[in-house]
Design a protein around this ligand. Structure first.
Ligand code: AMP
Ligand code: GLY
Length: 386
């Protein structure tokens, strides 16, 4: 049955009728739209932050201001509300210029401009409505140099449970070239986030965020997904997501050994204290197969044959597929997540690509270098060539 998530009354009626015991809100739009508040008010146990707390993802300016107040390491920034202010503020930054539409923009709200002219053109586009309502305000920030990694924590507003790390591959092309996407692949854990760095991320970023949100009267309950830049001065926050990422979620779930529902219910009920999450000591790696044309307009309707893909222990998650007259076809941009686990990133990568190679999807493509940074580090440690 198809439910319209913007119709909160319909979602509540569905939950009542089916006696739903837990709702997990996946994407950002219904979180920012306050679906969790509506469900909780109707006594439906719900995993996901309130509308007020989801501003951590819904407004880049909100998060930057919170970081400034709480002393959380992040790029220096200016929040601007008009094209004139924004153009004037550019003078305070060096290229490359990092420009961010304040609101939700489906991962497309960030522009990194190499020149002043490009930055001015991007600002004109943002304030001119090119990003819809998301561009009513624009954050301009310092460019940070380093490797990116993601850190996850569950919180019920008070207790915080670290929930693993991952590394995403945002650009569409091998070697991190081309436009940004929702994510072309990921692996977990991300060993660049060493135990020492994870302790710093908890103490310097996650804990002050959760504490400040609580003190402000907006306790954050759900998963906090911190996008981090590992700079020479230490980890700095790039942005928060108020949800498990896609495809980060897939690799975290492949490793999770504890009961997910029990953990999410404890979180939803404010009972996270004493709860543990056990992850397999293995690397999980997922390769996204997308339809040709993505992240622009994807080719839809191309047939997919998956018959041999899971033969060697890989797992294929469906993201944008449909069955038409018994034939599996592509119906979205990102279509499949081909996922495998192994004792190392090298092994997980080999198994995931063996499964990719067993898939027949002529109108699709994937990156061939998911996990390559970690595979290269493993090879270097073992004195092998990659
Ligand atoms: P976001 O949507 O905020 O995650 O930004 C998308 C991508 O832009 C990030 O994954 C980074 O690669 C890049 N980015 C965002 N902010 C910065 C920054 N201040 N310095 C360097 N790169 C950034
Ligand atoms: N893969 C990044 C995200 O889901 O936002």
């Amino acid at each position: 049955m198809a439910l319209d998530v913007t119709d909160h009354a319909a979602v509540i009626a569905f939950c009542d009728e089916r006696e739903i015991g837990l709702v997990v809100i996946g994407p950002e739009a219904p979180l920012v739209d306050g679906l969790s508040d509506s469900l909780r008010a109707a006594n439906v146990p719900t995993f996901g932050p309130s509308q007020a707390a989801a501003q951590l993802e819904g407004s880049k300016g909100f998060t930057k201001d919170l970081c400034a107040r709480a002393g959380i390491p992040t790029a220096g920034y200016v929040r601007t509300a008009s094209l004139a202010d924004a153009r004037a503020a550019l003078a305070r930054f060096q290229p490359p210029y990092v420009l961010k539409a304040d609101g939700l923009a489906a991962g497309k709200g960030v522009v990194i401009a190499e020149t002043l002219a490009d930055a001015e053109a991007a600002l004109a586009d943002m304030f001119g409505g090119g990003f819809g309502g998301a561009g009513a305000q624009v954050v301009i920030e310092e460019f940070m140099q380093g490797e990116e990694a993601s850190f996850f924590a569950l919180t019920d507003g008070t207790t915080i449970l670290p929930f693993g790390s991952a590394q995403d591959h945002k650009r569409v092309g091998d070697g991190d070239v081309g436009p940004n996407t929702g994510g072309m692949g990921a692996y977990s854990p991300a060993p660049v986030l060493t135990p020492e760095l994870q302790a710093r991320v908890m103490a310097e970023i996650i804990e002050p965020t959760v504490r400040t949100m609580r003190e402000d009267g907006n306790p954050y309950s759900g998963v906090l997904f911190a996008g981090l830049m590992l700079t020479a001065e230490g980890p700095k926050l790039i942005e928060y997501n108020a949800r498990f990422g896609d495809p980060e979620c897939q690799v975290l779930m492949m490793r999770l050994e504890s009961d997910l529902v029990g953990i999410l219910l404890a979180c939803a009920n404010g009972e996270l204290a004493g709860v543990e999450a056990r992850f397999a000591d293995q690397t999980a790696l997922t390769v996204v197969m997308a339809a040709n044309g993505y992240p622009g307009t994807p080719d839809k309707g191309g047939a997919i044959d998956l018959s041999d893909a899971e033969a060697h222990g890989a797992k294929v998650f469906h993201a944008g597929t449909a069955l038409v007259d018994g034939v599996l076809v592509a119906k979205g941009g990102r279509v499949l997540n081909v996922t495998a686990t192994g004792a190392s990133a090298t092994e997980a990568q080999r198994k995931a690509y063996a499964a990719v190679d067993a898939i027949n999807f002529p109108t699709g493509f994937c990156r061939r270098d998911i996990g390559q940074k970690e595979v290269a580090r493993e090879a270097a440690r073992e004195g092998r060539a990659v």
